[in-house]
Design a protein. Structure first.
Length: 56
């Protein structure tokens, strides 16, 4: 299996939805990027894009 596909599209840091702090990228799997906020320590799973568009 591929380790980390299409990571070029994923930002290393995003703004925290709660506190506005910086969330750092922890990992990426199946279109879902996981971030950890350095301020409130919250964890965020962000859906980046669907790897499989509708229809086959
Ligand atoms: Zn935060």
């Amino acid at each position: 299996m591929t380790d980390i596909p299409e990571r070029a599209d994923i930002p290393e840091v995003i703004d925290c939805i709660d506190c506005g702090g910086r969330c750092h990228l922890l990992g990426y799997h199946g279109g879902l990027a996981t971030y950890r906020c350095e301020d409130c320590r919250d964890r965020w799973d962000v859906l980046m894009h669907d790897e499989r568009p509708d229809g086959e």
